[in-house]
Design a protein around this ligand. Structure first.
Ligand SMILES: NC(=O)c1ccc[n+]([C@@H]2O[C@H](COP(=O)([O-])OP(=O)(O)OC[C@H]3O[C@@H](n4cnc5c(N)ncnc54)[C@H](OP(=O)(O)O)[C@@H]3O)[C@@H](O)[C@H]2O)c1
Length: 336
């Protein structure tokens, strides 16, 4: 079927406003530029960065301009190729990350071919859309904390991992990846998700609202040599206190003010206990690796909730509440 000239999309036209700031509009279908593919969207998953950009937390850099169609985690079918794209053809089912350009809350979106990978049939579009940012962040966090995935972690690298906010989008992948790397995993989450996180493979689970959980104290008395911190607001002294005496790294996907300076000072003084802030830098080969694990059933995606495009505001509000178990997805063509 020929690509239409216009499409339904969800946009915001100023900072702030939350879910109510999202408007349903009819706009031209974008054209893929050099190195881009045009996708007929199947699903998009919302990440906290999407509404943080709307809040103005990356002002004045993002979004690039208003009105802005948010969401960068995409799953869809290739319908057009920009110049220079040779590795895809119309009809290919793919997943992609389009950050910071966004564009995912729409019937069609352009994405960089360099960050687009084939979606195998074993992976649904909804599952595929969940992987790029959250799966990529989980993998990069663990690598930053010194974990390797070549089978050597248990022998030479970290042995005891802590994953905070293990019930969230990033955390639920991080627990599974840390187990695949052969680590003992202690994880934190709310009481209602303890069984869920245990089911992901965590060896010990702490309710973060209890004193032990708030102190991040392993029930078996372990101290950690690798921490994937996915929870906002956990202070560095609390994390430092539970690192092994021999040393360890807290890879932090929610770094607070001063984290970069702390990290630089620790490097300069050769500190054994390190804080390492992470800003996701998506990599195609990592996306392919994650898709491969998912295809083999070794990395599972938990979907908290799914909404049709017509109810994108509800998905947005749900993400802003911060209590998702797994990922929140908007489906194009999903049941209204
Ligand atoms: N720097 C980067 O490049 C980057 C990339 C990706 C994500 N991030 C950031 O990483 C954070 C996590 O992202 P996400 O997608 O995983 O978020 P999410 O899916 O919205 O996380 C929600 C989950 O976190 C749990 N949680 C919240 N605070 C917790 C705490 N103190 N201890 C334990 N569990 C807690 C919640 O449990 P309850 O419902 O029980 O409270 C909920 O299940 C966000 O702040 C996001 O912006 C940064």
């Amino acid at each position: 079927m020929a690509t239409p000239r216009t499409m339904r999309a969800v946009q915001y036209d100023k900072y702030g406003g939350g879910a109510e700031g999202l408007k349903h509009v009819e706009v031209p279908v974008p054209s893929p530029k050099k190195g881009e593919v045009l996708l007929k969207m199947e699903a998009a998953s919302i990440n906290p960065i999407d509404w943080k950009i709307q809040k103005g937390m990356l002002r004045p850099f993002l979004p690039g301009k208003f009105p802005f169609t948010p969401v960068g985690d995409l799953a869809g079918e290739v319908v057009e190729l920009g110049s220079g794209v040779t590795n895809f053809k119309p009809g290919d089912k793919v997943i992609s990350i389009s950050f910071p350009s966004g564009g995912g809350l729409a019937e069609y979106a352009v994405a960089p071919a360099s960050l687009t990978v084939a979606r195998p049939t074993e992976l649904s579009a909804v599952e595929g859309a969940c992987l790029p940012a959250a799966g990529g962040s989980a993998l990069q966090l663990l690598k930053l904390a010194g974990v390797s995935f070549d089978g050597t972690s248990g022998a030479t690298g970290p042995k005891n991992a802590l994953v905070t906010a293990a019930s969230g989008g990033v955390g639920h992948y991080a627990v599974q990846l840390a187990k695949l790397a052969g680590l003992h995993v202690t994880a934190t989450c709310g009481a209602r998700n303890v069984d869920f996180v245990r089911g992901l493979g965590a060896d010990e689970v702490l309710d973060y609202r209890t004193p032990e959980g708030a102190a991040l104290r392993s029930p078996s008395g372990r101290r950690y040599d690798a921490v994937a911190n996915c929870a906002a607001g956990v202070p560095w002294p609390a994390l430092k206190a539970v690192l092994a005496d021999e040393g360890g790294t807290v890879a932090d996907v929610t770094p607070g003010v001063g984290a970069a300076l702390t990290s630089i000072l620790q490097k300069a003084t050769f500190a054994k206990k390190r804080l390492a802030p992470l800003m996701l830098a998506p990599r195609r080969e990592e996306m392919e690796w994650l898709v491969g694990l998912a295809r083999q059933g070794k990395l599972r995606t938990t979907v908290d909730s799914r909404f049709p495009l017509s109810r994108a505001q509800e998905a947005w509000a749900k993400s802003m509440e911060g209590h998702a178990t797994g990922k929140i997805v908007v489906e194009m063509g999903g049941a209204e």
